[in-house]
Design a protein. Sequence first.
Length: 174
Amino acid sequence: MEDKLHQFFSENNFDLEKPHSGHLKRFEQKLNAPKKQQKTSWKWLSVAASVVLVLVFWLGNNHQKGQIDLADVSPKMEEVQDYFVSTIHQELKTLEKNRNLETETIIENALDELEELEESYKVFVAELTKNGKQRRIISAMIKNYQRRLDILERTLKQIDQIRNPKFLEDEIYI
């Protein structure tokens, strides 16, 4: 064992020299020296972000001012839209509360259908803006909202069937 240690130290060149005079003092000075802080100027980043944010809001408002929505048709249509939007929002919350591994695919399919209806609603908004307040467009917009609610209600029923399969067997239909 002792031979292996001697062999190890003889094969490897270890610096066994004493450090130069003042080495300890220089080392302590480096340890105690204040650290250089890299100054990252966050000011210019925050200014740039603010400019971008203002620009986005301005462009969004200008884009929306040119478009007519269902709520812009009449006060009654605004009530209808508010009803549908709030009801859909509530149903979506309920849907999200029921999200788990068993219901994931059903919920995702429903959300995909809702997304398609949202895209067609955007087309209706563009048509309403372009062609004016035509009855067929307004009717199609209302039906679009109704379809969304139907999808959400159907999905919630499917989730209930998954959670309580016996519940449907016990129901009596009149």
